[in-house]
Design a protein around this ligand. Structure first.
Ligand SMILES: Nc1ncnc2c1ncn2[C@@H]1O[C@H](COP(=O)(O)OP(=O)(O)OP(=O)(O)O)[C@@H](O)[C@H]1O
Ligand SMILES: [Mg+2]
Length: 410
């Protein structure tokens, strides 16, 4: 029956708030039936700074998707994004007791609990504990120790936390809009799941989601997220640079960026000119297209260089054997693949969802990568049953129970 199993992904971005609404199709496939996209207000670098405005935007975006689908929703899987996120690696160790020294679910939970004990500050809230590797009596590289025998189990994990205040405000915003939160998923994790292939995730890849307010980076190796970080620079900085350099309004600079933006000078002929509206006068003026490239290129180059330096410092640069995948709205800038390849000295591709059904023309866009990942998560939850429903009320111990489940998904 129509609307029987609804799957909803909601991402409150700095630039746009997007909703994807899907039904469970044949053979447990996703059938997208509604898409909503509303310009964001009250969000800065992915963090809600005005609850009322943000709630209005969420209502607009969800309302669009609902009208398109002719269905009403009451809950969603929601992305948690933004400059308040911070991630780090940690490890824990436990002794295995019991009759046959066989590792049980309980042991895995205990070692993961040990890995996060005392490392999360009170003003931070845990979003995910993602297992990276287990070491059993010195044997490294174990991905799932369940049922194995041993006496000393070590667990290496990647921990993603957010500011408790920012997360509370996100939940409050959804409460105002009367949308129940099925789950909160770190945006980059959802995004990686939607657009990275198995080889990339296994052998090592760098994912960069360049949005408006931030560039969210993560490294996947051995099928797990090994590193993640948020750089508070994105498309807004590019637009601001253009507005200053061209003495134009932000709106005009954004228009010029989308229409003529480019980060590789050799893509344009030196005498191409474009018409712009200066801030001061109503008359149009002509500006060389090269001038626009000369403003955009250094900023995007700087963002990539900062990411490269950070990965070098963290000792992860050599791990990205499968190269770089760029997604998010800034990935639409012509020439960005070549620029990234030049900076990172590796192969680069644009990542976008590869959805085959109706509305694919809208959804297979780098600006919908995170939302598609949220839907895939919701799909898995509806098939196998999510152990995390209402986890916010049930606390961390409940979240730990979900870890093996999350692992299967990502
Ligand atoms: N065709 C295009 N060319 C260049 N830049 C573009 C294009 N389309 C969108 N952008 C830029 O992409 C950014 C928006 O990307 P995206 O939709 O991924 O952001 P967001 O998810 O709302 O923001 P964030 O993830 O930072 O919270 C804006 O800065 C916008 O100017
Ligand atoms: Mg985004």
């Amino acid at each position: 029956m129509r609307g029987e199993t609804l799957l909803v992904g909601l991402d409150i971005g700095t630039d746009k708030t997007n909703t994807l609404l899907a039904e469970l199709g044949e053979n447990n496939s996703l059938e997208i039936v509604g898409v909503g996209s509303a310009p964001s207000r009250g969000i800065k670098r992915g963090v809600i700074i005005d609850l009322e405005q943000a709630a209005e935007v969420v209502s607009e975006s969800v309302g669009q998707a609902e009208r398109m689908a002719g269905i009403q929703i009451d809950s969603a899987v929601v992305a948690v994004n933004g400059s308040h996120i911070s991630s780090f690696n940690s490890q824990g160790v436990i002794a295995i007791s019991g009759e046959h020294s066989e590792i049980t679910e309980n042991d895995i939970e205990k070692v993961i609990e040990a890995a996060q004990a005392g490392v999360i500050a009170p003003e931070r809230e845990l979003i995910h504990i993602l297992p990276r590797e287990f070491i059993l009596d010195g044997q490294k590289g174990i991905l799932d120790p369940l049922g194995m025998s041993g006496s000393r189990l070590e667990g290496k994990v990647h921990i993603v936390t957010g500011s408790a205040t920012a997360i509370q405000n996100l939940l409050k915003c959804l409460e105002i809009t009367e949308i129940e939160v099925d789950d909160l998923i770190f945006g980059n994790l959802a995004c990686g799941n939607a657009i990275l292939n198995k080889t990339e995730k296994e052998l090592g890849v760098l994912l960069i989601d360049m949005g408006a307010g931030s560039s969210d980076i993560s490294i996947f190796i051995n099928d797990n997220m090994a590193y993640s970080s948020i750089l508070p620079l994105g498309g807004i900085q590019v637009t601001n640079d253009l507005a200053i350099g061209l003495k134009a309004t932000i709106e005009e600079a954004e228009r010029l960026k989308i229409k003529y933006g480019n980060v590789m000078e050799n893509y344009i002929s030196p005498d191409e000119v474009v018409e712009i509206n200066r801030e001061s006068g109503a008359t149009k003026e002509k500006v060389a297209k090269k001038f626009i490239v000369d403003i955009i290129e250094p900023r995007v180059h700087e963002i990539f260089s900062l990411i490269k330096e950070e990965l070098e410092r963290a000792n992860y640069l050599n791990s990205i054997t499968q190269g770089v995948v760029l997604t998010g709205g800034c990935a639409l800038l012509p020439g960005i693949v070549d620029l990234a390849a030049k900076v990172f000295e590796t192969n680069v591709r644009i990542g976008r969802p590869n959805y085959q059904g109706a509305l694919s023309d809208l959804v297979n866009d780098p600006r919908f990568s995170t939302e598609m990942g949220l839907l895939e998560y919701a799909l898995k939850a509806s098939i196998v049953g999510s152990p995390r429903k209402n986890k916010r009320q049930k606390g961390i111990s409940f979240l730990i129970k979900a870890i093996s489940w999350l692992r299967d998904f990502f």
